[in-house]
Write a protein that binds this ligand. Structure first.
Ligand SMILES: [Zn+2]
Length: 393
């Protein structure tokens, strides 16, 4: 089947195409052309007036949404999460675990492994982000202290086996004894190691990078405080041009001024937008699970204990709008931070995060205000009923 999309603008995101004509055949992008230069080919025409087309977004750090947590590791939970994410323009994500008793963690990893290639609704999990148990007790955030474990190659290998090789990203505190060997081993297996939940000083952070780390987990949150005499992990993240770095751009986790500092330091090639979203995202105030933890959500804040942030209720489309606004970078410059950059960090940029012929037709359709009005995944519209009036072709 052939579908022809026309719109106002398309961001590949490396190039801008005005008045694009996108031809989709059997779920794959066949061609991308510009209207003034090309005739409209035959096929089912979907005219997306005033819309901007961008690659479907990719979230490398997300725990859940729409009432469900990825550690439930059932097709029903991932279908709910995937459908919710698709409504927010997301096409792919890393199912992110939290620290849990080892048996439950292994159980979740093997459950998720079985679902990686399953036919699921909406956004698809493309790997697992193992966040914990190799975290610093001093910067554990919401992670349960009693379940944190010292990093070791043996323990990592057990998790790797349980995940059937599906761990794509691993957060680790580089200053912990055993961390360097574990980073080396994970890197050897193709895991993208992310430094975070860490009390590392600058030297320990550098050792983590030399061992193989390529990115940093929610920069500023759950890291040793930045001090001009003790730059710590944050100093390394902000000054090492090779490191990617995540940020949660919801104005609760990081002040907008710090987001501007982050943008100046990390720039258009290395900054990554993530949500760190948990089950309460897109849901009313109440109590939700984060792994095995009970988290209260009130007015968009996900809290555990007295006042510790436990994930967010951010959606990635909103993160893009927030970042563009907070930094003044503009929308076009921000889109790669949630598409191309995470795909490059994860080593998946030959498959996702960029619109080009031969790629899966995973396309978010945005209004003039950059709200998601439709998402095509594998060429199929994900939210058609509410946007039927929008289709004129
Ligand atoms: Zn997280």
């Amino acid at each position: 089947m052939r579908t022809v999309l026309t719109a106002s603008r398309l961001l590949t995101p490396d190039h801008v195409v005005e008045h694009p004509i996108v031809v989709i055949e059997d779920g794959v992008i066949a061609t991308i052309a510009s209207r003034p230069h090309s005739e409209l080919p035959a096929g089912q025409h979907v005219e997306l007036l005033d819309a901007t087309l961008i690659p479907a977004l990719f979230d490398v750090h997300i725990h859940g949404s729409g009432g469900h947590d990825v550690m439930e590791a059932t097709d029903s939970a991932l279908n709910h999460i995937g459908a919710f994410l698709a409504r927010h323009g997301v096409g792919a994500y890393c199912a992110t675990t939290v620290t849990a008793p080892l048996d439950s963690l292994l159980h979740s990893l093997s459950g998720l492994a079985k679902l990686m290639d399953a036919p699921l609704d909406g956004a698809r999990p493309v790997g697992i982000h193992l966040e914990g148990p190799f975290l610093s007790p001093h910067k554990r955030g919401a992670h349960a202290e009693s379940q944190l474990l010292a990093p070791s190659v043996d323990l990592f290998d057990r998790m790797w086996q349980a995940s059937e090789g599906n761990i794509l990203v691993m957060t680790i505190a580089p200053e912990l004894p055993g961390a360097e060997e574990t980073i080396v081993q994970a890197t050897k297996l193709g895991v993208r190691v992310s430094l975070g939940h860490s009390d590392a000083d600058a030297a320990a952070a550098r050792r983590g990078v030399l061992a193989g780390a390529v990115t940093a987990t929610h920069t500023f949150n759950a890291m040793r405080r930045f001090d001009h005499r003790d730059a710590g992990l944050i100093g390394e993240v902000l000054t090492n041009d090779n490191l990617f770095a995540e940020i949660i751009c919801d104005s609760l986790h990081v002040d907008p001024t710090i987001v501007r500092l982050f943008w100046k330091a990390k720039g258009p090639e290395r900054a990554l937008l993530i949500t760190d979203a948990m089950a309460g995202t897109g849901m009313p105030d109440g109590t939700y699970q984060l792994g095995e933890l009970e988290v209260r959500v009130k007015n968009g804040r996900a809290i555990i204990g007295e006042d510790t942030l436990a994930g967010s209720t951010l959606t990635l489309d909103r993160a893009v709008r927030n970042f563009a606004e907070f930094t003044g970078a503009g929308f076009t410059a921000t889109v790669p931070l949630a598409t191309r950059n995470p795909a490059r960090m994860a080593g998946l940029d030959s498959e996702i995060g960029i619109l080009a012929p031969g790629r899966s037709a995973d396309i978010a359709v945005l209004s003039a205000k950059h709200e998601v009005i439709e998402t095509f995944l594998r060429g199929e519209p994900q939210m058609a009923p509410s946007t039927q009036g929008f289709f004129s072709g």
